[in-house]
Structure formats: C-alpha cells, structure tokens
Design a protein. Structure first.
Length: 99
C-alpha cells in the first residue's frame, strides 16, 4: 500500500481520467473524460464491497486470487467536471458537464 501513486494522491488529490472503449474507427470514439478528486477508502467493509464487485465486470479476465483490503489501496473518485466525448458529431467533439 505504500505506492508512489498513493503518496502522490495524499499530497494532491486531483486526478484526470478517461472512460472509453477500443474502436478501430476514429470517428466512433465515445466516452467520458473527467477532472476529479480522489479520496482513499478507509472503511474495510466498503473496500471489501468494491473488491467483490471487480470480478463481476469481466469475470474471464480475473484469473488470480483477489487481494484483500489490506493488500491494496482503493480510492473513491468524485468528479468536478465531465466531458462527454462523441466523435460521431465531429472529430474531437465534447460536451462539458459541471458537477
């Protein structure tokens, strides 16, 4: 749990992330890009709940035993600004949503 990323987030909780899917067609890109703040999840019950949900997302890719909350650091991400990506409207098209 002493990772460099966790140490960086302890100093500055700002993060930027993108959620999308892989597509060979550049003009078919859709997804979300966001600025957010990340806070460590310290409640063991909440951390266990998150870890139990991970295999549900993509069960065939989970081939190793799941870690325990003591083995990993989990962060809750709270968006401040979200950009909805929709390249089918035009290349680089985004619509901003303020949280």
């Amino acid at each position: 749990m002493g990772s460099q990323k966790a140490a960086n987030l302890a100093r500055d909780d700002r993060v930027s992330l993108t959620i999308d899917h892989v597509t060979p067609d550049l003009m078919a890109i859709t997804g979300l890009s966001m600025a957010a703040h990340a806070q460590a999840v310290v409640d063991p019950a909440e951390a266990n709940k998150v870890l139990r949900m991970l295999p549900l997302k993509d069960p065939e890719k989970i081939a190793v035993p799941m870690p325990s909350p003591e083995d990993v650091r989990i962060f809750r991400v709270t968006p401040t600004v979200i950009s909805v990506l929709g390249y089918s409207k035009d290349f680089g098209h985004t619509e901003l949503v303020t949280c």
